[in-house]
Design a protein around this ligand. Structure first.
Ligand code: J2J
Length: 528
């Protein structure tokens, strides 16, 4: 179990500059609770419950002691699958206080993904809701535990109090140690886990707060899955807590659910993916009785926001737009709060740190001047490798991260995202690895070969289409059959193909060995 560290000379530079500090995640809560100016301010709120910094700190202390009493040791990895709500924040900070390592599963992950994550991370426990009417998370956790031997405990995120013990003193974490693992959106059957340290991540959070103007008056609404990097840190949950503001968690991102919370809690900031930004914008344009006047900043990121939509968001929601182009591997770019509106609606911003280094290369890794080109990056909060050195081809020989994104620069120096390599589909912010879906399709008895590609979609930006060669063309499985098959194989709903096309053969790739990557490119270029 290992992570790839930064080269020593870079690490020394980041320390010397005060970019990596001695602060650890637990300090965010413990520090605020100990400060009389903040102890009684609201820290986390959901539809049912509200906790001050003091209350959150107290509950985190009891839960952390309870976790230790149950044998969760320092460095142990614990998989979380907790829907948005106050318990998510309590569980994460309790694990940090206990010295354990949260592994961020998403509520939409299913057995295949969770087993892959749990095995790759060697998790010892799963924390998820035991009794929910919308989905049986406990049955899923049991199925995963039945397949992954390291898991010894299933804990209920809806009854965290049952785990409490009298608070104890915990040793302090090392700021440059592993803080948590996140799952890369490009993960194949073998998941790519992203190791982040306290020091690198907290630097990104502090920078995000500066760029986004987050302070103690910020009320940030979480509508995207809380374990995702965007709502976690851009500036998200951690940025808001670090500034002493209030985090509000919505159970669902729909205006019908989330807007009540905007009105009730006087939310000032929210992060959305483009399809949600469209839904919020169109709903507001039709007129609403709900008071959204507290909104100051609406962020859009995760996938390319069409310029025409970007232009409507601010006026419709009575807030300023901020585009965010980020990745859980590190680099995050923001448009400036004072950028001219044309720059804000047509670009995806610029790196938040002057220590972020960017370069553009062609398909063979040769430098490209001007652009567009494939973006590679290194910096004080961008990882140098996946957990256990998986997928080394995602990093250049000198350790820079290959984002796979095709970008160019605006005259003002902001990035414009033009596309990305064909192996990953971006379904409205939710990433689909073509290879992962293909692997599962090939297990279908009627399917001889399959290629999954992106096709344009007016709502999602992209959706997925599976090109399928059947053993017997007359017996090509239908779309519902294929979706049912993949669902049964334990794949998350967003990865199931949106369309299926039966074909007799794939186009020639022009290379001796059939390159799946090239095939995806050809089929994508053919307009799918
Ligand atoms: C085009 N593509 C984008 C954008 C991400 C903040 C915001 C988003 C993420 C995220 C994140 C895009 N326009 N504005 O972690 O902290 C695509 C790119 C990128 C990939 C990363 C954050 N914003 N993308 O989306 O790890 O292809 O992170 O490489 O899920 O999403 O996906 P992910």
């Amino acid at each position: 179990m290992s992570m790839t560290l930064w080269p020593p000379e870079l690490a020394d530079d980041y320390r010397a500059r005060g970019v990596w500090t001695g602060v650890v995640f637990d300090d965010l809560i413990a520090g605020r609770a100990a400060d009389p100016r903040f102890a009684d301010r609201a820290a986390v709120v959901d539809a049912q419950c509200s906790l001050t910094y003091g209350e959150l700190d107290d509950r985190v202390g009891r839960l952390a002691a309870g976790l230790v009493a149950r044998g969760i040791d320092r460095g142990d990895r614990v998989l979380l699958q907790i829907p948005n709500g106050v318990p998510f924040v309590e569980a994460v900070f309790a694990l940090w206080r206990a010295g354990a390592v949260p592994v961020f599963g998403l509520p939409a992950h299913r057995e295949s993904e969770l087993v892959g994550i749990a095995e790759a991370a060697g998790v010892v426990a799963i924390i998820s809701p035991a009794e929910r009417t919308d989905f049986d998370y406990r049955a899923l956790a049991r199925a995963v535990a039945g397949r992954v031997r390291s898991i010894t405990q299933l804990l209920d995120s809806d009854r965290l109090e049952d785990l409490w013990a009298e608070p104890i003193t915990h040793p302090r974490a090392d700021p440059e140690d592993l803080g948590f693992l996140q799952l890369s959106g490009g993960s194949t059957g073998v998941p790519k886990l992203i190791p982040r340290t306290h020091a690198d991540y907290l630097y990104s959070v502090r920078r995000a707060n500066q760029v986004c103007g987050v302070d103690a008056d910020t009320v940030y609404l979480v509508v995207l899955p809380a374990g995702h990097n965007f709502p976690m840190s851009s500036p998200g949950i951690l940025g808001t807590l670090q500034a002493g503001g209030t985090v509000v968690l919505a159970a669902a991102p729909l205006p019908s659910v989330a807007w009540e919370l905007v009105q009730r809690e006087r939310v000032t900031m929210v992060g959305l993916v483009p399809p949600l930004a469209r839904l919020w914008t169109e709903t507001a344009e039709r007129g609403t009785d709900i008071d959204l006047s507290s909104l100051q900043t609406v962020q859009v990121g995760g996938a390319r926001c069409p310029d025409a939509l970007a232009r409507r968001i601010g006026p419709a929601l009575g807030a300023r737009l901020q585009q965010v182009f980020g990745m859980a591997e590190g680099l995050v770019c923001y448009t400036g709060l004072d950028d001219p509106i044309d720059e804000v609606v047509t670009t995806q911003g610029r790196p938040m740190s002057e220590l972020d280094q960017l370069r553009l290369v062609d398909e063979d890794g040769a430098p490209v001047t001007g652009g567009p080109g494939f973006l590679e990056t290194q910096g004080p909060y961008t990882i140098r490798g996946y957990w256990d050195g998986r997928s080394p081809e995602s990093f250049a020989p000198d350790g820079w991260y290959r984002t796979g994104d095709v970008v160019e620069f605006s005259p003002a120096g902001n990035l414009i995202v033009r596309g990305r390599d064909a192996d990953r589909i971006n379904r409205g912010g939710e990433k689909v690895s073509a290879e992962q879906v293909e692997e599962h399709l090939l297990a279908h008895p009627q399917i001889r070969d399959a290629i999954v590609v992106a096709v344009p979609d007016s709502y999602l930006g992209e959706r997925s289409c599976a090109y399928v060669i059947a053993h017997d063309p007359a017996a090509t499985p239908t779309l519902p059959e294929i979706r049912g098959f993949l669902r049964g194989a334990g794949l998350a709903e967003w990865k199931l193909p949106d369309a299926v096309k039966a074909v007799a053969d794939f186009p020639e790739t022009g290379v001796g060995k059939v390159s799946r990557k090239r095939l995806r490119e050809l089929l994508t270029a053919a307009g799918a």
